[in-house]
Design a protein around this ligand. Structure first.
Ligand SMILES: *[C@@H]1O[C@H](CO)[C@@H](O)[C@H](O)[C@H]1NC(C)=O
Ligand SMILES: *[C@@H]1O[C@H](CO)[C@@H](O)[C@H](O)[C@H]1NC(C)=O
Length: 294
């Protein structure tokens, strides 16, 4: 069988060549609009791309896609590219983050979504990315950030929410971040009304996390419509809020009162019924005797 060896070797060589031509970097080839600096860094910055370039190498760790016109993160994006650790989507046209947009993003450490058009963050928006260390959301149009928006981000150290349209934010959203050490909230039209009291207390306790302390954030006092620096306020500024109840609170209190009364009436009715039933059904001595007579 000696003559076969060279033929075998040749076939093997051809196979290897074919494989390499088909997949130059252990995955898909570099997309035409981008440059692949090495097999793990895909650079598509400032190419006017309307969507995420596809396909690109499956084992990419860094995708630089800043300065394009990308409108969404495709649903299966991280499922295909689960090695992505560094994602720069700065200065694109993202308007919303779909519920499952980050599914499979377990390697993601750095995410820059600044200079986009995001208007809200829903609960658990980033929960599939528990390794995130830096999240940039500055210069969007965020007006609503859910109290659960940052849950499961236990590694997050840097959070940027500056230059958005936030008037209020639940302190619970920030309390969910045990490793946070730098936060930006400046450049938002904060309202220092009663809803703000909880956030103010949190900020006072955590002002070391703000680069410029409380004096880098301004808020507008509702009735007077004057704008002040947070450093000019104290807990006492929110003193009148402590015991005030919102309409929702009142409705809940009235409703639960009514519910308790109904439950009390219903249970006494049932009890009466039960007692009545026992009295009727328990065979009394007279009945027994009657039965015996018959
Ligand atoms: C956004 O990207 C466009 C196109 O690449 C560029 O002209 C513009 O300067 C960028 N803006 C910012 C704020 O980075
Ligand atoms: C953001 O949205 C506004 C209003 O819908 C639009 O005028 C603007 O062009 C958008 N910006 C980007 C970068 O897509």
């Amino acid at each position: 069988m000696r003559p076969c060896l060279p033929v075998l070797l040749l076939r093997l060589a051809l196979l290897v060549l074919a494989c390499r031509a088909w997949s130059p970097s252990g995955g898909d080839p570099c997309p035409p609009a981008c440059r692949c600096l090495d097999s793990r860094t895909v650079d598509c910055r400032g190419r006017g791309l309307p969507r995420v370039p596809s396909p690109f190498p499956l084992d990419a760790r860094q995708l630089l896609a800043a300065g394009n016109a990308i409108r969404e993160i495709p649903a299966d994006f991280f499922l295909l590219h689960h090695d992505l650790a560094y994602l720069d989507f700065r200065n694109n046209s993202l308007e919303r983050l779909a519920g499952g947009a980050f599914r499979g993003s377990g390697s993601l450490v750095y995410l820059d979504l600044s200079y986009n058009n995001l208007s809200r963050l829903d609960a658990g928006a980033f929960q599939a990315a528990p390794k995130l260390a830096k999240l940039s959301l500055g210069h969007n149009r965020l007006a609503r950030v859910d109290a659960g928006a940052f849950r499961h981000l236990e590694q997050l150290q840097v959070l940027e929410l500056h230059d958005n349209r936030l008037r209020t934010l639940s302190a619970a959203a920030l309390e969910a971040l045990p490793n946070l050490r730098a936060l930006r909230l400046d450049g938002n039209p904060w309202r220092c009304d009663c809803d703000f009291a909880g956030l103010f207390r949190w900020l006072e306790e955590n002002q070391a996390k703000l680069q410029g302390g409380l004096s880098e954030i301004q808020c507008t006092v509702p009735v007077e419509e004057i704008t002040v620096f947070l450093s000019e306020l104290t807990e006492a500024s929110f003193r009148d809020c402590k015991f005030s109840l919102s309409l929702t609170d009142l409705i809940i209190i009235i409703f639960s009162g009514v519910a308790v009364s109904i439950a009390a009436i219903a249970s006494s009715f049932l009890l009466a019924l039960l007692v009545n039933c026992f009295q009727r059904c328990a065979p009394s001595k007279d009945d027994d005797e009657d039965d015996d007579d018959e």
